[in-house]
Design a protein around this ligand. Structure first.
Ligand SMILES: Cc1ncc(COP(=O)(O)O)c(C=O)c1O
Length: 405
């Protein structure tokens, strides 16, 4: 073949992809009318006016620092933002933190990746909550890690079951790499673990020498404001808990700013795995300018809006689905979790619902054991309007009932 002929041939890039990639994404489409999936926030509550003002002020003052990676400062993140977190975690979560114990990340998704990268090897075992964040389950699957699901009740992890799992793993000679928990506004069940139970989980972590990975990204959104101390704060012996949080749920997910809190030597190790040359500086600068004066008031307003939507969602589910389907009344956050009779597979009517513009998360993907989760589903009420919640839930209930016949 001459060189000219070669240039005219179409180049098939797909033949170059390495094996075992996930299926390619489908092109982006406008979200349908009733997208009760994802962890999106209430659009009307985004404080864009104050964020814009903060961005202008901080850029006028410090704009020249954009010339340097990490704004010319520490790779752990913009110091004033870490100092805000020190204050906020101290006052809101009773957790004493030093700025050097914080690594700012690109969303808490990156926090999950960094901790996983530091701790996990293919074939390792971890303990996760029976109902849990689907994003974490798929990460663990991708890493070839085994997991066991620990039972939950209305207060979160059941300590007796956790102990049973730890004991039986110890008998098998397996030390799990961590216990992953979302103790405050659990995703998807919405429970808030009381302080005593947190102490018990921390005690078990020390007894069995298994670290805790505490994911607290909804913790600012507890309706009645009673946020218990973090597990990390309750770890009096110390060293057992890696904590992560996020501004996604308290301010805006598109900002992509999260953070890890851990002992300094752990943070320094994790920082070597963060190879993106720093989380977006504009976001960090803006948040650091905005948060000290606006965060508390903003979160107060956001919670009022979200709580009203929670009420609309719970009432709509109870009205439209009837008494056979249990719906949680979450203590905060943006999700409700529905439990159907055991023989129902909520995945079986997901495609039909999608054709009608209704998206939900079938429970199998949000559970340690798909078989346990398949009779459940998750609905997000964060960004849907009350009208969309009422109409979408009514239609979803019709589709569910039709699927039974
Ligand atoms: C429990 C949990 N952890 C982490 C994340 C990731 O959030 P982000 O990367 O936006 O901080 C989410 C998102 O919904 C979540 O529910």
């Amino acid at each position: 073949m001459s060189r000219d002929q070669g240039i005219k041939m179409a180049f098939d890039m797909t033949t170059m992809f390495r094996p075992n990639l996930p299926p390619a994404a489908t092109p982006w489409e406008e979200p349908p009318d009733y997208a009760f999936v994802g962890g999106n926030n209430d659009a009307d509550s985004i404080p864009f006016g104050s964020l814009a003002e903060a961005a202008v002020n901080v850029l006028k003052r410090e704009g020249k620092s954009l010339a340097t990676y990490n704004l010319g400062g520490s790779p752990l993140g913009y110091l004033p933002l870490r100092e805000f977190l020190v204050d906020a975690l101290g006052s809101r979560a009773s957790m004493a933190v030093d700025p050097n114990e914080i690594l700012v990340t690109s969303g808490s998704l990156q926090a999950l990746d960094l901790v996983n990268k530091a701790l996990l090897t293919r074939g390792d075992t971890v303990i996760i909550e029976q109902a849990t964040y689907g994003g974490m389950v798929s990460k663990l699957a991708g890493l070839g890690v085994n997991w066991l699901g620990v039972d939950l009740d209305e207060d979160g992890i059941v300590p007796a079951h956790l102990e049973q799992l730890l004991q039986s793993l110890a008998v098998e000679g397996v030390t799990p790499k961590y216990i992953y928990t979302i103790p405050t506004v659990q995703n998807p069940t919405g429970s808030v673990m009381p302080a005593d139970r947190r102490r018990e989980i921390v005690r078990l972590a020390h007894e069995y020498q298994v670290p805790i990975f505490e994911d607290d990204c909804y913790a600012d959104l507890v309706w009645d404001g009673t946020r218990p101390p973090t597990l990390r704060a309750l770890d009096e012996v110390g060293g057992a808990v890696i904590y992560c949080g996020s501004f996604s749920k308290s301010i805006a997910p598109a900002l992509r700013v999260g953070y890890i809190v851990a002992d300094e030597h752990v943070i320094l190790q994790l920082s070597t795995l963060k190879t993106d040359a720093g989380t977006g500086a504009l976001e960090q600068l803006t948040l650091a300018e905005f948060a000290p004066t606006h965060f508390d008031d903003h979160v107060e307003r956001l919670m009022t809006a979200l709580k009203a939507k929670r009420d609309v969602m719970v009432e709509a589910v109870e009205r439209e689905f009837g008494p056979d389907i249990h719906v949680t009344r979450p203590k905060g956050g943006i999700y409700v979790w529905l439990t159907f009779p055991a023989d129902v597979d909520t995945g079986s009517f997901a495609a039909e619902a999608a054709e009608d513009g209704i998206l939900f998360n079938p429970g199998a993907g949000w559970s340690a054991h798909p078989e346990w989760g398949k009779s459940r589903l998750r609905l997000c009420f964060g960004d849907a309007t009350p009208a969309a919640i009422n109409t979408g839930v009514a239609r979803l209930a019709e589709i569910y009932r039709a699927s039974l016949s």
